[in-house]
Design a protein around this ligand. Structure first.
Ligand SMILES: Nc1ncnc2c1ncn2[C@@H]1O[C@H](COP(=O)(O)OP(=O)(O)O)[C@@H](O)[C@H]1O
Ligand SMILES: O=C(O)C1=C[C@@H](OP(=O)(O)O)[C@@H](O)[C@H](O)C1
Ligand SMILES: [Mg+2]
Length: 172
């Protein structure tokens, strides 16, 4: 598949802006946008946090895997996956092999400034101390190492970041 036909997959830690920026990039490129969490929430008619409590994380992870692996081969989609999706080897391999994977990067300090916005809706953060969240933040960076393009999002608004992504996509 030509690079320009490949779907784009946004990865990165929860709260970096995958959903927000993916949506803007899709709209600017006039492409379909798929947020995996939103699809699963619609299927279950409940937020991810409730899916975790009622059905367990394993059920969520299985659905996340089947959706991503079936969408990754489609052309020209813009897909935002949850921050934990790349924990699964099969998801990583499929996305890296078939799509352009863009890592949205954010410093720990930048991330902490956003914590209030996400704390109530991310079950993985529930009940964790700041130290435990920091540990998770650094541990998760290992799964994001493999990507095709990395974009820093510190102190920049989502629209500006989306424009940079579109510029950089033209040069790969
Ligand atoms: N570049 C940005 N600057 C400031 N706030 C942002 C930026 N990108 C996203 N946000 C805000 O951060 C929160 C998490 O964004 P979201 O797109 O849901 O992240 P993710 O999908 O990576 O978890 C939202 O409240 C969103 O409005
Ligand atoms: O990192 C994770 O394990 C998760 C991230 C969330 O998505 P965002 O990265 O969009 O917040 C969502 O999939 C779920 O709460 C689990
Ligand atoms: Mg999201």
């Amino acid at each position: 598949m030509e690079n320009r036909d490949k779907s784009i997959v946004f990865i990165g830690f929860m709260g970096v802006g995958k959903t927000t920026i993916g949506k803007i990039v899709a709209s600017k490129l006039n492409r379909d946008f798929i947020d995996i969490d939103e699809v699963i929430e619609k299927e279950y008619s409940m937020p991810v946090s409730e899916i975790f409590t009622k059905f367990g994380e394993k059920v969520f992870r299985e659905r996340e895997k089947s959706l991503i692996t079936s969408l990754a081969n489609q052309q020209q989609k813009i897909i935002s996956v949850g921050g934990g999706a790349f924990l699964q080897e099969e998801i990583r391999q499929t996305c890296l092999g078939s799509c352009t994977v863009i890592l949205l990067d954010l410093s720990l300090d930048g991330w902490k400034d956003r914590l209030d916005l996400i704390i109530d809706s991310r079950p993985v953060l529930k009940g964790k101390s700041v130290e435990e969240m920091e540990e998770l933040f650094y541990k998760r960076q290992d799964i994001y190492i493999n990507h095709h393009l990395k974009i820093s999002t510190d102190s920049r608004d989502a629209n500006e970041i989306a424009d940079q992504i579109i510029d950089e996509l033209n040069s790969i």
